[in-house]
Design a protein. Sequence first.
Length: 297
Amino acid sequence: MASLKEVRNRIVSVQSTQQITKAMKMVAAAKLRRAQDNILRMRPYAQRLNSILSNLTAQVGEEVASPYTVQREVRRVLIIAITSDRGLAGAFNSNIFKGVNALIASRYAAQAAAGQVTVMAIGKRAHEYFSKRGPIIGNYTHVFGQLSFDTVREAAEQAMAGFSMGQFDEVTMVYNEFKNVATQVVRAEQLLPLVPAEAPATPAAATSNVDYLFEPSKEEIVQTLIPQSLKVQLYKAVLESNASEHGARMTAMDKATENAGELLKSLKLTYNRTRQAAITTEILEIVGGAEALAASQ
């Protein structure tokens, strides 16, 4: 049985850990509110922009050529893996690692066998993990320090340049989509090539399509809108991951605080039992010594 001092030291240690996890939970909750507001504002804009772009691409067809809509045989693949910079967020980062590995196994097994799967890691955890396992491009471990559209644009431009120059035939993002504080869903979403909207299946659906008027020209609008939309889509994925990270960390720290409380109860019970046993032992020793002294007189 552990001594009273050992149990007391462990109680102090667990109490300190509980204070830290409580503080981290409060910090994560404050950051989550801001991150949640950001992604809720971004979603409608990104979805509408993507819808407009898909419809435009379908309407102009081959009239306006864009390097981002070219369909090629998929030989070289770029996977953009988005994680956090820090841990202590439960399975948040490991789920991305599993998601990327599952995507490669199910969709890009032939490319992986040929060594043609490259990873762009956004977040320190992704960079540390994938840099030891295969080819990696870019160093975007600074993105979440000052998260903004400008900090994400550099990564989007590198992926777009690689695709347009033929270095990659397909670009896919893997990230955690924010549902609520306790739920994050791993998503694998194709970024490039841009897929036009499917043709309507019925005449009724066709009449609901928007007839766009182009000013100044189709070429200029599409050439400007497509790169902007791709950057927005990656920025949205990063915002989703950022909100998911804070939600996962808040949940993990809340659970850690509860576990520390349960452990404290157990340790205090052990401490009281150990103290009572020590007191009982001391009383027996005193009584025994008194009886021995009385018998010797």
